[in-house]
Ligand binder design. Structure first.
Ligand SMILES: [Zn+2]
Length: 292
């Protein structure tokens, strides 16, 4: 067993260089990942293992920007025990007690201290777990000590007022140590965080989920987060069973994928084990990937 590779993939969007960092592997129940879609259909796209799980990634995006390094999502972090990691098939151990995210940063020539901005699409453990890390003494600290972190206020409220359906995804250790240092900033709607990098509400997976639009030199890239976790989820009704508002996801997807096709956005797939990015085309029946 090993995490999906490559660790880092790079490309240019306008005047910005972006790096997709594969922060680790994850395995989740295939049925849960595809909602109402029957197994006979989804297993043609992503095969299931003997426990009915499918291989996924936990891709983060690092953007080199004049204001400093911008990191979108942080993977699962290093704080969970072996039992938890085995349950979710998480393989993300890094070289130095941290995770593959830090290994990826090192490969790019960056240190955690160099990250200026962290954007969370939402606060589920596989997206915000790397916001903090456990040091050798057992203390949990912000992973990016000089960064300002951004998430939607509604998502923070949702993460801190859980119920029986939502509580398994939210752990306060992934965000409260950052809140305690005053480094979390809460946004309420669409907003440009730095020039050319904008958070866009994409509700459905959670009510206050957000995605990130990169706009530079006439080119656009869009980090989908869990709106469309893999390229296999491009058909509109292929929506995760994990989504708390699947019919809202459907309308968000309809709107975003239409705009993505019209404007030729490069879509970034966070959970895809193999495909980091691509553009989409509607062939009259549905959306399909047409490569980078
Ligand atoms: Zn996710």
């Amino acid at each position: 067993m090993s995490a999906p590779t490559p660790l880092v993939e790079k490309r240019v969007v306008g005047s910005l260089t972006i790096h997709a960092i594969q922060s680790g592997g994850q395995k989740l129940d295939g049925g849960a990942m595809f909602g109402v879609v029957p197994k006979v259909l989804w297993e043609r796209r992503i095969p299931a293992d003997e426990r009915n799980r499918i291989q996924l990634g936990m891709r983060c995006l690092l953007i080199e920007h004049a204001s400093g390094l911008v990191l979108v999502d942080t993977g699962a972090g290093n704080k969970e025990d072996q039992k938890f990691k085995a349950m979710y098939g998480i393989e993300n151990d890094g070289a130095d007690g941290r995770t593959l995210l830090e290994d990826g940063l090192r490969e790019i020539g960056a240190r955690p201290e160099d990250v200026a901005i962290v954007i969370n699409t939402h606060l589920h453990f596989d997206h915000a777990g790397g916001n903090t890390y456990r040091d050798e003494s057992g203390k949990v600290r912000p992973s990016f000590p000089n960064a300002r972190y951004f998430v939607k206020r509604g998502e923070y409220d949702y993460a801190t007022h859980t119920n029986e359906r939502t509580s398994a995804s939210y752990f306060e250790r992934n965000f409260m140590p950052v809140v305690a240092t005053g480094r979390f900033e809460f946004v309420s709607r669409e907003r440009e965080i730095v020039k050319g990098i904008r958070v866009v509400p994409t509700p459905g997976h959670t009510p206050f989920h957000q995605s990130v639009l990169i706009d530079s030199g006439g080119e656009r890239a869009f980090f989908l987060g869990d709106l469309c976790p893999t390229h296999a989820h491009l058909p509109l009704p292929w929506i995760m069973g994990y989504d708390v508002e699947p019919l809202v996801t459907l309308e968000t997807k309809r709107r975003i994928l239409r705009q993505a096709e019209e404007e030729g956005w490069l879509l970034v797939f966070e959970h895809d084990a193999n495909v980091a990015w691509g553009r989409v085309e509607h062939d009259g029946k549905g959306y399909r990937l047409v490569g980078g």
